[in-house]
Write a protein that binds this ligand. Structure first.
Ligand code: PEP
Ligand code: MG
Length: 588
């Protein structure tokens, strides 16, 4: 990783969202206007780049004046004065001087320098409390985008821009941005927003892309092309790393690679504790592209297929026929293992199923999960029919999200029965014994687990939401990220209560939230009596090895003690101590 000038090392601290180390130049993308291609220049090329900038400004000015006069003809002076302001913006001497200076100082191409200067300016504007001034950012973005377009006339073929491997730094990324990211080029990403359990972070872990979120101020300060290290283990973005930092991270990356290959050797081995308690280890999946990763991971099935990711790119829910194709492919590929298909869990921080006329003040407490499906019976019916039809291709189970009480379970089961009857009449094959499970992710469901258990075949605890709703801590809000405690006594009591109710009624309980993938907490979950763990495919080898290293009796004794403990940290430490004792080398 080369750097053009010796710059001091700068470290940004954030939340480690997806483990791994990436070493590459950064590529910055701001909100609203898109990043240009970025390449380094020689000192001899400074003048040429400065001319290119002046030329782009001139072209833009001409265009704006032309637009202004056209608009004057059409609508009079008022609307056309907008463009007058735009012209003034691009002629702003301070901006022009900063861009010219940045080209010379940073030895970067003109569009990159312009982009960086405008980006800083825009971010500063966005932080202004005055709503009128904040609104003006849209105008600046518009002009800036126009200037960037006007560079392209003479763009240099020599660029080494975002097509090369880089670390992406962004203010925020939507789950769809993350899913569609070119994983060959994006070696890791860092965002100012987000938290450990946002869907963006979950996807990063699923794809094995190192990620750090909640990095305050990064977008405004980071200069494109700066050499960097992204440490997804401890949550750091290190710009202009010093030679010893670089050497340390190179060593760490090599050590991690060695552990990975030793786990490779036992991939697919049975997952039971040393004293013979079997645990089902399955994978969470969001999009079908993850299938090869799941198969390579050694997972014994899919414990959670998040079907709301079918809505990526703002697409509508696919029709029944298309859904049958997708679910059947998944089922056939995973045979003889089971695929648990969760019905649509739209809303919250996820993709909406349809645009809402009014913005929800509290989306996580609003129209989300099973509430949406029950309110849209035609769509729900299509999904259930598709799941049933796929069940003729192999082992399938259906699971309902965001259940908060018995009546919702009855309504879901009624829909399953109705669809079964329809398919039977139509002579379409399906599995009459299709297991029906529910997510336990709302505290109400955990508290009433004894009422729900007789109605279903399994429980899967969604700890991401269970923790959020129990502790009243938004799972994607970095301001309260430190209050998000998986080992809070209330959370582990709810987990225990759920498992006990399941055992009483002869059904099994799994965990498919992110807590299941945290190997520091595997001893606690096993000790509490969980029978299945479903985790992102990248985490399957680690969790498998953790299971194989632990003794159930020892975990159960520790969990008993944990249930009597009064502090999250104390409970966490109890579990961590067993993890360290049995597989310290795997811990990050
Ligand atoms: C959960 O809430 O833990 C869960 C697995 O569901 P999701 O993360 O998709 O909300
Ligand atoms: Mg959930």
């Amino acid at each position: 990783m080369a750097t053009t000038r010796a710059e001091p090392e700068v470290i940004y601290e954030g939340i480690p969202a997806s483990p791994g180390i990436a070493m590459a130049p950064v590529h910055v993308t701001a909100r609203g206007f898109s990043a240009p291609e970025v390449y380094a220049i020689d000192e001899s090329e400074i003048g040429r780049e400065q001319d290119r900038f002046q030329q782009a400004i001139e072209i833009t000015k001409r265009q704006l004046i032309e637009l202004q006069s056209r608009l004057e003809d059409l609508s009079g002076a008022t609307a056309s004065s907008i463009f007058e302001t735009h012209v003034m913006m691009i002629e702003d001497r301070a901006v022009v001087q900063r861009v010219l200076g940045t080209i010379a100082d940073r030895l970067q191409n003109a569009e990159c320098a312009f982009y960086a200067v405008m980006q800083n300016f825009l971010e500063a504007m966005r932080r202004i409390p005055d709503p009128y001034l904040r609104e003006r950012t849209a105008d600046i973005e518009d002009v800036a985008q126009r200037v960037l377009r006007n560079f392209s006339a003479d763009s240099d073929a020599r660029h080494t821009g975002p097509d090369d491997q880089h670390i992406l730094v962004a203010y925020d990324l939507a789950p769809s941005d993350t899913a569609l990211m070119n994983r060959r080029h994006v070696l890791g990403f860092a965002t100012e927003q987000g938290s450990l359990n946002s869907h963006t972070a979950i996807l990063a872990r699923a794809f094995g892309v190192p990620a750090v979120v909640g990095l305050e101020g990064a977008v405004i300060d980071v200069m494109a092309l700066a050499p960097a290290i992204l440490d997804g283990y401890t949550g750091k973005l290190i710009l202009h790393p010093a030679p010893d930092t670089l050497a340390r991270y190179q060593q760490l990356a090599e050590a991690k690679a060695r552990i990975r290959s030793s786990l490779e050797a036992v991939r697919g081995a049975a997952t039971e504790t040393v004293d013979g308690r079997p645990l089902m280890l399955s994978a969470n999946i969001e999009i079908i592209d993850e299938l090869p990763l799941v198969k390579r991971s050694g997972a014994k099935g899919i414990g959670l297929y998040r079907t709301e990711f079918l809505l990526l790119n703002g697409e509508e829910m696919p029709d029944e026929k298309r859904q049958v194709e997708i679910y059947s492919k998944l089922t056939c590929e995973m045979a003889p293992h089971t695929v648990i298909i969760r019905t649509l869990d739209a809303g919250g921080d996820k993709l909406p199923v349809e645009p809402l006329t009014d913005i929800e003040p509290n989306p996580f407490l609003g129209w989300r999960g099973i509430r949406v499906s029950l309110a849209r019976p035609a769509m729900f019916r299509e999904q259930i029919r598709a799941i049933l039809r796929a069940s003729s291709a192999g082992q399938v189970a259906v699971m309902f999200p965001m259940i908060s009480g018995l009546s919702e379970v009855w309504r879901c089961k009624e829909m399953v029965r109705r669809c079964m009857d329809e398919l039977e009449k139509e002579g379409v094959p399906f599995d009459r014994d299709l297991p029906v499970g529910i997510m336990i992710e709302v505290p109400a469901a955990a508290l009433c687990a004894d009422l729900l258990a007789p109605e279903v075949d399994f429980f899967s605890i969604g700890t991401n939401d269970l923790i959020q709703y129990t502790l009243a801590v938004d799972r994607v809000n970095p301001y309260v990220a430190d209050l998000y405690r998986p080992t809070h006594p209330s959370v582990i009591r709810l987990i225990k209560r759920t498992i006990d109710a399941a055992i009483d009624h002869g059904i099994w309980t799994g965990v498919c939230g992110e807590m299941a993938a945290d190997i520091r907490l595997t001893p606690l979950l096993i000790g509490l009596g969980v029978e299945e763990l479903s985790v992102g495919p990248q985490k399957v080898p680690d969790v498998g090895q953790a299971i194989r290293s632990l003794s159930y009796a020892e975990c159960a004794a520790m969990a008993d003690e944990a249930l009597r403990h009064n502090r999250s940290q104390g409970i966490f430490d109890l579990s961590l101590a067993l993890a360290r004792k049995h597989y310290g080398e795997l811990l990050d």
